[in-house]
Design a protein around this ligand. Structure first.
Ligand code: 5GP
Length: 141
């Protein structure tokens, strides 16, 4: 596991603008915010991607994420926001330590720009995928 910038922030080697901390989770302001209030919520466990995170850290994140969202809404006065969590360099992950972005969306031109290129889901593909994923879920701890 590489010693990422977030591991150094968690250990206190590098400073951050901390907004929340408990035994398993740290939240701090993004150093290059897309919008005012852009916050990162990070498990202390050094998992590279979400699929590698323990259930304990996942539960701790899930417990606190909505609360931090409410605090960002209250602080910014912006009720709309995106949660972003990138996994892998091809999916725009730059820091290889799990982190959830809370990105306020004050207007259509500010915040996370999304370009969805949706396609249809043929019934045969859907049933094949359901079979594959449900089988994998039974095998995956
Ligand atoms: P990713 O693309 O990996 O999902 O996003 C990484 C985020 O970490 C970026 O939004 C970037 O601005 C932020 N970031 C990178 N280095 C630092 C740092 O040293 N301190 C803080 N607070 N944020 C950082």
């Amino acid at each position: 596991m590489a010693d990422t910038i977030f591991a150094k922030i968690i250990s206190g080697q590098i400073p951050c603008h901390k907004v929340y901390e408990d035994d398993r989770v740290l939240a701090f302001l993004d150093i290059n915010p897309l919008t005012r209030g852009h916050t990162l919520v990070v498990p202390k466990e050094p998992a590279e991607t979400l699929d590698k995170l323990s259930d304990e850290s996942a539960a701790a994140l899930g417990r606190v994420l909505p609360r931090i969202c409410r605090a960002v809404i209250a602080a910014t006065g912006v009720a709309e926001y995106n949660i972003l969590e990138n996994n892998g360099p091809g999916a725009h992950q730059a820091v290889f330590h799990v982190h959830f972005h809370i990105i306020p969306r004050p207007s259509p031109n500010e915040g996370l720009g999304l370009s969805w290129q949706q396609r249809s889901l043929p019934a045969t593909e859907a049933s094949e995928l359901v079979k594959l994923i449900t089988t994998a879920l039974q095998k995956t701890p």
